[in-house]
Design a protein. Structure first.
Length: 300
């Protein structure tokens, strides 16, 4: 019974994260990309700081850890969030969710290049399948024509910078809990986000909504989806293990496609469906052996 409740909780978080892609796209109708990214990450940082102080589980990082945290903040927040929201502004929630889903495979490739990790047959096959999937998503239009949009290019950079940040996080997990890593890297990233936010304001590109509903929606997304959702996911992984929990990560991209279709009116193209299936199949293949043999870690 406990495992069933945990599975329901993880399913709920997956649904929430899928919907969050659509919420972000909707908010971009009233906020400029950089301003939206900056305010949301600041809200999440405040939430994490409060939780961290109340939990009393924080310690001062070493010089080496600060360097790695800076790298995680630069790539995982500053660059990732800038590319993500800019790309989402010019693309669709469905494409964003499907492209970001390739991140585990990109991380495997980068880990092979920079960390010299072994490539098993499953990882090679999964990487190829996933890459074919994302190429299908970004190059085949709804009318079957070939071409790539600037929004999808930004989203590819967002996926790549997220993958690079995970390399820093892997090194950090050798001496810090993922709980601490998330708090420190998110706060560091929010401080760094003042630079692009300031540049956007100086160029006169900042757009701020005067709608109370939009602000409430943004606050809810920042705290519930990015804050509480992480804790719920964390708890679920700790209870049933990373192997079972990872299967729920196949849900958000298709939730984003369906919800964006009915809420935002975004069309669902066959290339997205086929590409999405290939991407998620690739991720599943690469994780076939590695997840089951890896000790589950708790992250927010």
């Amino acid at each position: 019974m406990s495992e069933r409740l945990t599975s329901l909780r993880l399913f709920g978080v997956s649904m929430l994260w899928g919907i969050n892609f659509v919420v972000s796209s909707y908010l971009l109708h009233s906020f400029s990309p950089i301003f939206l990214s900056f305010v949301r990450i600041c809200l999440t940082s405040v939430f994490l700081i409060i939780v961290g102080v109340m939990g009393g589980q924080l310690r001062r990082p070493s010089k080496k850890e600060w360097g790695l945290l800076a790298g995680a903040g630069i790539f995982g927040t500053l660059l990732n969030q800038t590319f993500y929201f800019t790309g989402l502004h010019h693309s669709t929630a469905g494409n964003a969710a499907l492209i970001i889903a390739l991140s585990p495979i990109a991380t495997l490739i980068l880990a092979r290049i920079f960390l010299k990790e072994r490539f098993t047959a499953f990882k090679i096959i999964g990487a190829i399948v996933g890459l074919v999937g994302v190429v299908t998503i970004v190059t085949v239009g709804g009318d079957g024509s070939f071409g790539i949009t600037i929004g999808d290019v930004y989203l590819l950079f967002a996926m790549l910078t997220l993958s690079i940040s995970l390399l820093f996080i892997r090194r950090l997990t050798e001496s810090m809990s993922s709980y601490m890593i998330t708090i420190y890297s998110t706060v560091a990233g929010s401080v760094l986000m003042t630079l692009p936010a300031g540049a956007e304001a100086l160029q006169g590109g900042t757009v701020v909504s005067h709608s109370l509903w939009m602000w409430l929606l943004m606050i809810s997304a920042g705290i519930v989806a990015q804050g509480l959702g992480g804790f719920w996911w964390n708890k679920g992984v700790a209870e049933i293990g990373a192997s079972k929990a990872s299967m729920f990560m196949n849900i958000p991209p298709f939730i984003a496609l369906i919800v964006a279709h009915f809420v935002l009116g975004d069309p669902i193209h066959m290339a997205q469906v086929i590409g999405g299936i290939l991407v998620l199949s690739g991720v599943a293949i690469t994780n076939k052996r590695s997840i089951s043999s890896t000790k589950p870690t708790v992250s927010i």
